[in-house]
Design a binder for this molecule. Structure first.
Ligand code: ATP
Ligand code: MG
Length: 548
């Protein structure tokens, strides 16, 4: 795997050399309100790889301070995805574990005259906040006495007030040029059951207040986050200082990762799941880590993709093809290459004995003979891809089967198509052919060159299979789609189902087993496979320009 190298690594190196820190401690802080997506992979890999480079530590911390959308299902999903990516957190913590300590720090700020209970409603507060060009206005409740604030805050905690009736705010400066410093909210009232704390609390701390304290409690040295928190850093430092935190963490921002044609926001991913536009968070079309896994991407391919995008203080947009390329690089020499026929056409070899069956030797991966050999069967009726046959050879470039034309069935014999059978509408039902026994694979026959090599699956041993082929979930951004809303922009053809066959050697395949289907692309076995039919998801093609 490529080594991580970026501006934050340089900062860490300098901090260690100057003695500013003794060791590197990072954390990955997802909110458990959805499954992780590939954008999160950038945050994960950055935090874990940087700490690893300096023998440091990385905690997984669930940022579970907003019970509204959080759920144990997502906690479990995040733990699974992280393990799959190959990262083991030094500790697993929950932001909610610090609720008592966070509450005490809020009381400390009230006692120092640096926080107050406000009765303004949400709308009033945003009106009072001012704009980028105009200063805000002080709330009429801003000058409550310390005693009154302590009493009101305790009452908030004791559940006396309904949601939204009161807010604890930091008392900073309503005219501050940075709007985040205009008396930001620290606690709000929410009478909701928390996935871990149950009904212990009805006040919940805001991210900007809770996060720096959590970083400090855990001894985090470098608190890495995406660029949108840039103008929150001043508030982060303010809370650390005013709360008299013993350990002082520092925040550093990096650019977010965007991928062409890919939705990268939990809100939209959740909307797709809720509206049943996809089968779930792990639908192979989803950019979630569980979706990409089910689609057939490997942890290696995702890690290498993320590392190849680099890291800077600018948001970046990367072509989704780059991930396919990493998958091909990862699996080229590792994956078995069995035969599969996605769109079958029956070929009857008239001069082959009816009940004969032969087993041919075939390498599992022509480019890596260490993966060994297997036997594939051959008999009178075989399936080939529909696109590998045409009645009349159109030109010299056609290197496949046609009437009167001889091709090699890979690892078997040369066959020549002799006639076709058609239905009433003129569709070809099957092709008749003859084979030449002298051309058996492995005998060194070299008297003629066939008009190309095509693959096949023997009908006597074939296993039925469903192939799921994917296109992007969203239509591309262009003039036709620019005014459409999100749900209208869904690609109606993002999935195509094909019914065909795979060779016998796949009978014991299991979910998430990767293959390169010869002359077709990379596929992975899906968990929907059953006794009567295997199901495979197409991960990507063999080449970036590849089209079926
Ligand atoms: P979303 O915007 O999808 O709702 P989020 O940022 O709110 O995601 P969190 O669970 O808070 O999701 O994210 C955990 C960490 O992952 C944060 O540090 C966040 O900055 C980072 N992260 C999320 N999306 C990306 C992205 N596209 N690129 C880089 N980092 C990201
Ligand atoms: Mg967030």
């Amino acid at each position: 795997m490529a080594e991580i190298n970026n501006f934050i690594k340089t900062i860490m190196q300098n901090d260690l050399e100057s003695g500013k820190v003794d060791a590197i401690a990072t954390r990955f802080p997802p909110e458990p309100n959805a499954y992780l997506h590939i954008g999160h992979a950038r945050a994960i890999i950055t935090n874990f790889e940087l700490a690893k480079a300096f023998n440091g530590t990385t905690n997984l911390r669930f940022d579970d301070t907003n019970p509204a959308k959080e759920d144990k299902e997502f906690v479990d999903g995040i733990i699974e995805d992280l393990a799959w990516l190959g990262y083991k957190p030094t500790n697993v913590f929950y932001g909610s574990d610090y609720f008592d300590a966070t509450y005490e720090k809020a009381v400390l700020l009230i006692k120092k005259g640096l926080a107050y209970v406000d009765d303004l409603s949400q709308e009033e507060m945003s009106k009072y906040r001012g704009t980028l060009t105009e200063p805000g206005i002080n709330s009429p409740y801003r000058n409550r006495s310390i005693e009154e604030n302590l009493k009101l805050f305790e009452e908030m905690k004791n559940g006396i007030y309904p949601d939204g009736a009161k807010t604890l705010r930091a008392k900073i400066d309503m005219a501050h040029p940075n709007i985040n410093m205009r008396d930001p909210a620290m606690y709000r009232i929410l009478h909701l059951n928390h996935h871990r704390q149950k009904d212990k609390w009805c006040i919940y701390p805001m991210y900007d207040f809770a996060h720096p304290l959590q970083d400090s409690f855990e001894g985090i040295t470098h608190s890495l986050c995406s660029l949108e928190y840039d103008n929150h850093r001043i508030l982060y430092d303010w809370f650390i200082e005013k709360c008299e935190m013993k350990h002082i963490p520092h925040q550093y921002e990096f650019g977010r990762l965007n991928i062409t044609n890919t939705i990268m926001s939990k809100r939209y991913l959740r909307a797709l799941v809720d509206a049943k536009k996809v089968s779930g968070y792990d639908d192979p079309r989803m950019p979630t880590l569980c979706g990409l896994r089910r689609r057939g991407f490997t942890a290696n391919s995702i890690r290498n993709f993320i590392l190849s995008t680099g890291l800077s203080r600018v948001n970046s947009t990367v072509e989704s093809d780059a991930l396919d390329e990493e998958l091909r690089n990862d699996l080229k020499l590792k994956a078995l290459r069995p035969n599969a026929i996605i769109d079958p056409l029956k070929v009857i070899i008239d001069n082959y004995p009816d009940d004969q069956i032969e087993y041919m030797d075939c390498p599992n991966n022509q480019e890596n003979l260490e993966l060994g050999m297997r036997k594939i069967s051959f008999s009178k009726v075989v399936y080939i891809e529909k696109e590998d046959f045409i009645e009349q050879k159109p030109n010299k470039k056609w290197k496949r089967l046609a009437l009167g034309v001889e091709v090699r069935l890979m690892h078997a014999y040369f066959i020549t198509a002799t006639s076709v059978e058609k239905d009433e509408e003129g569709n070809i039902i099957c092709v008749h052919a003859t084979y030449d026994p002298l051309t058996k694979s492995g005998t060194g026959f070299d008297e003629r060159k066939p008009n190309g090599n095509i693959h096949y699956v023997d009908s006597k041993t074939a296993i039925k299979a469903e192939f799921r082929l994917f296109e992007p979930l969203m239509l591309p951004d262009n003039d036709d789609t620019k005014d459409l809303d999100f749900m209208q922009k869904l690609n109606p053809n993002s999935i195509e189902i094909k019914k065909g066959f795979v060779e016998e050697s796949l009978k014991n395949t299991y979910p998430l087993e990767h293959f390169q289907f010869i002359r077709n692309g990379y596929y992975v076995t899906d968990k929907d496979s059953n006794e009567s039919e295997l199901v495979f998801n197409r991960t990507c093609g063999l080449k970036s320009s590849f089209k079926l």
